[in-house]
Write a protein that binds this ligand. Structure first.
Ligand code: 2HG
Ligand code: ZN
Length: 479
């Protein structure tokens, strides 16, 4: 039986009208969009989650605008959905209850790059790739690299605790956030964390806010840790006859004590999608690893890695990128996987489950079994070094949707049975809220609801996200 979806309370007309008037009065009409056409682009993100169009959109131009919006939302009891780049995959920025969308993309200043202390202070609307370029010009490095880095924003990366290929060596966004300025419902502003790597004063509220999916506060400033830019980078492709051989090589590489910064895997159907997009790949290949090593002696380490991969039965070839142009081409092909696989069918849903690395082959077997049992087409690619795989389900006919939902639920159950977790980098959002109880106990979910209530007693900030319907764990609120 499919698990229950979240429910939300829709604000009344009078409350929304009061909020609109107050927002226009406090912020000025140029920052407040109210027409259906102007609000429409803020009704969706890069997921298939269908929301309820916002009644009003605020384009914040300062931290004060964010605070004022959250004060008005509280006073009028109108829900607020925060939004940065709108590139999320699980509906985190989709306003499921209508109300206010609070857009922070215009808060896009890099306020400071402090070379001596290896710190950057940025606003939430800074595009991730823009930050990469700015710090790299200074000889510094910010590692998190979600595939949407040309369009996603730091605020969204922090809200979702985004990952990316380089997480294998460098960790996810949370590992790079030292401190935050966050605005809470009601308009209070808190500063959490510090500007130093060390610092253990009080509860780690920074860590709690990172990955809270816009449900606890809205970021107005982010303090990030930087490291010196690695002097050398070396990249290679390893081609395999099939995906199980490639997964075996991932285990061999890690067992050999090699720590590449990226260890990405593509299965046969994903390779076909890349071929269809015009990239030529050895026709014998039924799977591929894209590996990248950085730091002193990167070329030598890559050579050793290639040797380990080549020894795995099923390895067809190892091809080293000869220069930065070849490397950039490989990464451009990797980053377009999401778009290329989307073209394979009318509908696609991409999961981002994680299993212990040693259980990837079992996961692939379970995904094949699920495909056979439900008749739903699937493929897999992703961050194999982390055990974080994007199992994509593809379908053309709307009538297939119930089978797709069954397949997703079976995949979630298999993931948890294999010792894994539902989301490695895209968050729970709306799409996965109904599966949360497969992984977490009622007591743990209740504890998190209590934390949510401490921040947001009226459940106004990004309602309908993360948690399954209340009542399914003993509580209920009517709409
Ligand atoms: C990636 O790794 C992203 O490319 C997106 O996390 C995954 O949409 C997808 O399938
Ligand atoms: Zn990914």
């Amino acid at each position: 039986m499919l698990l229950e979806a979240p429910s939300v309370r829709i604000p009344g007309r009078a409350a929304v009208d009061r909020a609109k008037i107050e927002l226009e009065r406090r912020l000025g009409p140029s920052k407040v969009l109210t027409s259906t056409d102007a609000c429409a682009p803020y009704a969706s993100d890069d997921s298939d989650v269908g929301g309820r169009p916002p009644d009003v959109v605020v384009i914040a131009a300062s931290a004060g605008d964010v605070a004022a919006t959250l004060a008005i939302a509280d006073a009028c009891e109108v829900p607020v959905t925060p939004r940065a780049g709108g590139t999320g995959r699980t509906g985190g920025a989709v306003p499921v209850a209508g109300g206010i969308v609070l857009a922070t993309h215009a808060l896009a200043r890099i306020k400071e790059i402090d070379r001596a202390n290896l710190v950057a202070v940025v606003e939430p609307g800074v595009i991730t790739a823009v930050l990469h370029e700015a710090v790299e010009r200074e000889g510094l490095f910010y590692a998190p690299d979600p595939s949407s880095l040309d369009t996603c924003c730091i605020g969204g990366n922090v809200a979702e605790n985004a990952g990316g290929p380089r997480a294998f060596k460098y960790g996810v966004t949370r590992d790079w956030v030292l401190g935050l300025e966050a605005c809470l419902v009601g308009g209070r502003v808190v500063r959490t964390g510090k500007r130093t790597v060390k610092g253990v004063t009080g509860y780690d509220v920074t860590a709690l806010l990172v990955g809270s999916e816009g449900t606890l506060g809205v970021f107005t400033e982010v303090t990030l840790r930087l490291v010196p830019k690695p002097p050398t980078v070396a990249t290679a492709l390893a081609l395999f006859s099939d995906v199980r051989a490639a997964a075996g090589a991932v285990e061999d590489i890690v067992a050999a004590g090699i720590v590449p910064r990226c260890l990405e895997m593509l299965d046969a159907s994903t390779l076909d999608a890349v071929r269809s997009a015009g990239v030529s790949i050895d026709p014998r290949a039924g799977a591929m690893l894209l590996v990248e090593v950085d730091g002193e002696g990167a070329e030598a380490v890559l050579e050793r890695l290639g040797g380990v991969a080549a020894e795995r039965p099923g390895c067809i070839d190892v091809v080293v990128a000869q220069d930065a142009t070849q490397r950039d081409r490989l990464w451009a092909a990797r980053r377009m996987l999401s778009r290329a696989t989307r073209k394979l069918a009318r509908h696609k849903l991409s999961e981002d489950i994680v299993v212990p690395r040693t259980r990837i082959v079992e996961l692939l077997d379970r995904a094949d079994d699920i495909g056979a049992a439900t008749g739903v087409r699937h493929l897999a690619y992703g961050h194999a070094g982390d055990g974080n795989l994007h199992v994509n389900f593809l379908w053309n006919d709307d009538a297939e949707r119930p089978a797709v939902d069954r397949a997703i639920e079976m995949l979630m159950r298999a993931t948890v049975e294999l010792g894994g977790t539902l989301s490695g980098e895209h968050g729970i959002g709306v799409s996965k809220a109904k599966y949360l109880r497969l992984e977490q106990s009622d007591d743990l979910i209740a504890l998190q609801r209590d934390i949510k209530r401490a921040f947001d007693p009226k459940d106004l900030l990004n309602p309908g996200k993360i948690f399954p319907a209340e009542g399914s764990d003993g509580r209920h609120r009517s709409c």
